[in-house]
Write a protein that binds this ligand. Structure first.
Ligand SMILES: *Cc1c(COP(=O)(O)O)cnc(C)c1O
Length: 400
């Protein structure tokens, strides 16, 4: 197989090499205060027969999932293959017999971000790159720091000082260099790009580095395989996944999930694209607004308890919007109150304690469930553990 980067906007192709992040032509059209122009996707040509059809369990670690970096470069840290819960009490209470929770809190650093970090670390190892730098609202930083520790790669993170304490402590425990930024994530993003373009570090900025989208696609493969196994075990006739609820800030998880399903369609392992619900906070809803109006207006200062999905300018917004529009994806916004209530409902009825951003996805499902067929296959993507931000969870309990 030949791997390359492809620009979905203009059709240009590029080699997957260090220093290549965006499409030259399209990024030259970047407008200030707007989502990144020229986001690239990973593509392949050639014989992909080994990834087609019914081939038994799909596991990220033995590479039944086509990825652009060979397995031998991956650091030995168990990312992915997270459990798919079948929450019986929640199913009963809500009347959805085929409701599943994809539990990505089980990743080594406690969040979904590890799926991107491990691929970026593997790429760095392949090319002898010794340092990775990034901006983050918290989880990408703690994730890259932890994966970097396993790989023996130096990590420098640019983090707004407002990031939850647990995420900052995680970064430092893993031994990464922490640059605190007095300002928003958007400021941290620009500072980190100055840093990587001036030096030798590889950027893991989300969306900007196409491998962050590619690494996240692995979750879609796992979900499809796990639902098939669950259906088999319960004697159901493999009815497909119909709805997937995804928390959205920058929109990279959303695009990664779509990339996974696009691959699976191409490989003929699924027949239809599920309906993907982009779940946002009322106070950080740029993608939802753009889906309505067709464009990203001037940035609106974000304000939500769900720090991981709080962004003013969604860096991957244009790319994510393209996917939502193309495949009939939907958007749903929830208030901080709905997020905190959903967090408690999820924890107390299923045993899964999710951070506020992930709880926003569950809140989105709760909000629209009356419009869904209760027999349909529904997955809520739980992207981070509640232990990463206990201060917010305490507010949900009205302790403070
Ligand atoms: C980063 C993150 C998100 C949002 O992902 P985007 O790619 O920014 O849309 C959601 N949940 C958690 C736990 C995250 O860390």
């Amino acid at each position: 197989m030949r791997w390359y980067y492809h620009c979905p906007a203009c059709g240009a192709d590029y080699d997957i090499v260090p220093g290549r992040y965006l499409c030259d032509r399209c990024s030259a059209l970047q407008k200030p205060q707007q989502p990144l122009a020229g986001i690239l996707e990973v593509e392949w040509d050639g014989d992909d027969g080994e990834y087609r059809g019914e081939k038994g369990p799909v596991r990220a670690d033995d590479f039944r999932i086509p990825l652009p970096v060979e397995p031998r470069w991956f650091p030995r840290i168990p990312v992915g293959n997270t459990p798919l819960w079948e929450p019986s009490r929640l199913r009963e209470k809500l009347g959805f017999k085929r409701l599943f929770l994809k539990d990505d809190t089980c990743n080594p650093t406690g969040s979904f971000k590890d799926r991107a970090s491990i691929l970026v670390a593997a790429f760095a190892a392949q090319h002898g790159i010794r340092e990775i730098a990034l901006a983050s609202t918290g989880n990408a930083a703690s994730s890259m720091a932890g994966i970097g520790a396993a790989a023996g790669i130096d990590v420098t993170v640019f983090l707004p000082s407002s990031a939850p304490q647990a995420k900052r402590i995680q970064v430092l425990q893993y031994g990464a260099a922490l640059r605190q930024v007095e300002g928003t994530y958007d400021v941290a993003f620009d500072l980190s790009l100055e840093y990587t373009s001036a030096g030798k570090a590889l950027s893991r900025n989300t969306g900007y580095n196409p491998l962050t989208i590619e690494g996240k696609k692995t979750v879609s493969y796992e979900i499809v395989e796990q639902i098939a196994s669950a259906d088999k075990a319960s004697g159901q006739a493999g009815s497909a996944l119909a709805h997937l609820f995804v928390p959205v800030g920058d929109g990279v998880i959303l695009s990664g999930v779509y990339r996974g399903f696009e691959n699976l369609l191409r490989l003929e392992r699924i027949k239809t694209m599920p309906t993907i619900w982009a779940c946002q906070a009322d106070g950080s809803s740029a993608v939802a607004r753009a889906l309505q109006t067709g464009e990203f207006g001037p940035p609106v200062a974000s304000s939500t308890i769900a720090d991981s999905i709080a962004v003013d300018v969604p860096r991957n917004g244009a790319h994510a919007l393209g996917k939502l529009s193309r495949y009939g994806g939907r958007a749903i916004c929830v208030s901080d109150r709905e997020i905190l209530d959903a967090q408690r409902e999820l924890a107390s009825t299923s045993g899964l304690f999710a951070e506020p951003s992930s709880s926003a996805a569950f809140a989105g499902f709760l909000k629209v469930r009356d419009s869904l067929d209760p027999a349909s296959g529904v997955v809520v993507l739980i992207t981070g553990t509640g232990l990463k931000d206990t201060a917010s969870a305490a507010r949900g309990l009205e302790l403070f």
